[in-house]
Design a protein around this ligand. Structure first.
Ligand SMILES: *[C@@H]1O[C@H](CO)[C@@H](O)[C@H](O)[C@H]1NC(C)=O
Ligand SMILES: *[C@@H]1O[C@H](CO)[C@@H](O)[C@H](O)[C@H]1NC(C)=O
Ligand SMILES: *[C@@H]1O[C@H](CO)[C@@H](O)[C@H](O)[C@H]1NC(C)=O
Ligand SMILES: *[C@@H]1O[C@H](CO)[C@@H](O)[C@H](O)[C@H]1NC(C)=O
Ligand SMILES: *[C@@H]1O[C@H](CO)[C@@H](O)[C@H](O)[C@H]1NC(C)=O
Ligand SMILES: *[C@@H]1O[C@H](CO)[C@@H](O)[C@H](O)[C@H]1NC(C)=O
Ligand SMILES: *[C@@H]1O[C@H](CO)[C@@H](O)[C@H](O)[C@H]1NC(C)=O
Length: 662
């Protein structure tokens, strides 16, 4: 029978429908809740704390973070804990004044996060601390009767003067080998013994229903991990966690890694498969994303797709990009875009200048919405607004900025800086707000400024440019300003800068590699345009097309390196574009159209079958015969390595009795 399932994820109140297949439907429902990370901190009155727990855990099956049960009083009802079956982080039961913790259906603690860096199950200080009361309230029964596996982390059960029976538990059946187990035997607790029917006398509490269920220590030798009984036929599938009801991967109580359509697996089916006939990756019609410990056909609403998984947010250096209605993570080129408020916007709406109080808000910004003004007050501070002086080194925060939507005004600058180097990566000044309604960029009255150094500036969309009264400033006479302008009205106003003949005398002229448009300062990295070609922002005479290291190709007068997998050729171009599929010849091996360092060890082929690869005489990667089980050195079943490691006899007539094993 073909089973098809409709999964229902209820995450933080959002209900996500994930249709896994169409057809006959069974409903598989698990409510997921977030859990907490408060440790033993009291959160207000115990009753408020209790109500927060009820809200968090009612009807919850899987706790994504930690399950923390703390400050419960004897009159609180904890029956809502009975729905919990799995905790991904740790379990903490601490400082409670209640007899029984009824976590009766908790099977598995994954221990993705641990208490005190080593404990996954923690039962601490569950006694009544009210000295004046004769009351002997405190935890007596830890009814964890379904708990059979802790995947990571140890156990700490201390300072519970009334707790019974836990010292009988065989922890080695539950925790991984080598985990810390710290269970103190309390003196003075009046306890009833385990039921006489409990296997090897271990139980969580009195009564036959509270006996410990062993799923590892009692297994037959043949079992790889867990079992449901002592016979070899009782072994669980290797992908099961906690235990099982039968031998199949569909019979697990929980999955160690991933759950796909009811079966436990070590990974979700890949989204792409290698097609060994056409040498390319092709979409796998059965591919799935991993979502927590579940394989899903589509990521739930509001989750971001990355590689093979659904995640809450992209990792560092990645940004969310929407393509065809799917939000995916893409690696940022350089710093990820970050838009910040400039002066005149948001919290800086009434701020006159960049200063020590606001400079930190410009860290990592790539785009500034608003304008930027640097003036004396910036560095000196201001007593009226209680602004301290600013460390000039902090100007370097502007090195990440590529765009300013308003204007840029420089009226003061640190003595030791000869150029506006803090803005060397600024590409565009939009001039949407202008100084005195006319100015987009101004550098005024800076006695020691020698060159502007705005080497990345490509556009000033609106507003005039005013560069005046900078007595040492050279390189201002180029025709470049007009190339940056985008409107007819824009004007350049210069005056009282260093005299052109003085600049020539002191060699403050553009590098010979620069084009006629001029430059922003000395050297081949300051050219507005290159005379010839450029490499990594520097003007050079030619690209390394036929010699030099690394070999390059040319695109729009820019020299770009060939892929390292291309062979460096003499007398002819080594590549004609980026990437390992644009090489003229390969340095090592060729897999389809791509140059590679090694043929892939093995690739996933159709029907989820692994296909091995080998390099042929012309160093082209070829698929091994599909029946080779350990790789090959040549084509056909004869090429299988080690010899005879194929699924079927090479030549049945040669030796009928020979049993070839894999
Ligand atoms: C828990 O589930 C029951 C039955 O489905 C429902 O009546 C109840 O309102 C749920 N409680 C919460 C807090 O969601
Ligand atoms: C301690 O117990 C006494 C008597 O039962 C009670 O009046 C008092 O409020 C308790 N104190 C605390 C801090 O719970
Ligand atoms: C310095 O920045 C703070 C915060 O933006 C602002 O409140 C203050 O007015 C500024 N001082 C000057 C002199 O601009
Ligand atoms: C700035 O970016 C760097 C590198 O991505 C990061 O390590 C740092 O935490 C960021 N700082 C701020 C304040 O955003
Ligand atoms: C300017 O450059 C020329 C040629 O490179 C050199 O001879 C001269 O000494 C330089 N002058 C100054 C002031 O550096
Ligand atoms: C290219 O020339 C260099 C230097 O003459 C030599 O070392 C290298 O082996 C040559 N490469 C090829 C592919 O001929
Ligand atoms: C390859 O293995 C399959 C499955 O074991 C078998 O049916 C098939 O005959 C084998 N092919 C060859 C050429 O031996």
């Amino acid at each position: 029978m073909r089973f098809t399932k409709l999964s229902l994820f209820c995450e933080l109140g959002i209900i996500c429908l994930v249709l896994i297949n169409a057809g006959w439907c069974a409903v598989f429902e698990r409510k997921v809740c977030q859990g907490t990370n408060f440790k033993l901190a009291p959160l207000g009155h115990p009753d408020d704390h209790y109500r927060a727990m009820v809200r968090m855990y009612s009807n919850c099956t899987v706790v994504l973070e930690n399950l923390e049960i703390t400050y419960v009083q004897e009159y609180h009802d904890l029956s809502f804990l009975k729905s919990i079956e799995e905790v991904r982080g740790y379990v903490l039961i601490g400082v409670n004044n209640i007899d029984v913790i009824p976590l009766e259906n908790l099977r598995l603690i994954r221990g993705h996060s641990l208490f005190e860096d080593r404990y996954a199950l923690n039962v601490l200080l569950n006694n009544n601390r009210n000295e004046s009361s004769k009351n002997t309230n405190g935890l007596r029964e830890l009814r964890l009767r379904s708990l059979t596996e802790i995947l990571k982390g140890g156990v700490k059960i201390v300072h519970n003067p009334f707790l019974c029976n836990v010292e009988t538990i065989q922890w080695l059946d539950i925790v991984e080998h080598g985990s810390y187990v710290h269970v103190s035997r309390e003196i003075g607790a009046q306890c009833r013994p385990c039921d006489s029917g409990c296997y090897s006398g271990s139980c969580w509490a009195p009564g036959p229903e509270n006996c410990q269920t062993l799923t590892r220590l009692s297994c037959a030798e043949q079992c790889s991990r867990r079992c449901k009984g002592p016979k070899p036929i009782d072994c669980c599938n290797e992908h099961c966690a906690a235990g099982c009801t039968g031998p199949q991967p569909t019979d697990c109580l929980a999955c160690r890694d991933f759950q796909d359509d009811g079966a436990c697996k070590d990974s979700c089916p890949p989204l792409m498969l290698y097609d060994p006939i056409n040498y390319q990756l092709v979409p796998n019609p059965n591919g799935k994303y991993s979502f927590g410990d579940t394989c899903v056909k589509q990521c739930p609403h509001n989750f971001v797709v990355t590689d093979n998984a659904c995640v809450r947010s992209c990792g560092s250096n990645m940004q969310e990009v929407e393509e065809n209605g799917i939000i995916t993570c893409k690696k940022c080129e350089g710093l990820c875009p970050k838009v910040c408020n400039g002066l005149g916007t948001g919290e800086l709406v009434n701020t006159i200048a960049v200063n020590a109080t606001n400079i930190d808000s410009f860290i990592n910004c790539t785009k500034i919405n608003g304008h930027i003004t640097i003036m004396q007050m910036t560095f000196k501070g201001d007593v009226h607004t209680n602004t301290p002086s600013m460390d000039p080194a902090k100007l370097d925060y502007f090195k990440t900025v590529k765009e300013i939507s308003g204007y840029l005004l420089i009226r003061d600058w640190p003595k030791h800086l000869k150029s506006l180097s803090a803005f060397e990566n600024l590409e565009i000044i939009r001039g949407r707000t202008k100084l005195q309604s006319t100015i987009g960029f101004a550098a005024l009255n800076i006695p020691h400024l020698e060159h502007l150094g705005l080497r990345s500036l490509k556009e000033i969309s609106d507003g005039d440019v005013v560069v005046r009264n900078n007595p040492q400033l050279c390189y201002t006479d180029g025709s470049y300003w007009t190339k940056l302008f985008r409107s007819e009205q824009q004007r350049i106003r210069t005056g009282n800068n260093a005299a052109p003949h003085i600049c020539v005398q002191q060699n403050s002229t553009c590098d010979s590699m620069c084009g006629d448009e001029g430059c922003w300062g000395p050297g081949p990295s300051m050219c507005v345009f290159c005379q010839h070609v450029s490499r990594r922002g520097c003007c050079v005479s030619h690209c390394n097309l036929l010699n030099g290291d690394p070999r390059e190709y040319m695109s729009d007068n820019v020299c770009l390196a060939c892929d390292p997998q291309c062979k460096a050729l003499n007398g002819t171009a080594s590549c004609h574009g980026p990437g390992a599929d644009q090489c003229t010849e390969c340095a090592h091996f060729k897999d389809g159209t791509h140059c590679v360092a090694q043929c892939a060890h093995k690739v996933q082929g159709p029907n989820n079958r692994l296909v091995w690869m080998y390099p042929d005489k012309s160093r082209q990667c070829q698929p091994c015969h599909a029946n080779c089980t350990h790789g090959c050195s040549g084509p056909g079943l004869h090429g299988c390595e080690p010899k005879g490691s194929c699924l079927c006899p090479v030549d049945q007539s040669a030796n009928d009795n020979e049993q070839l094993s894999s």
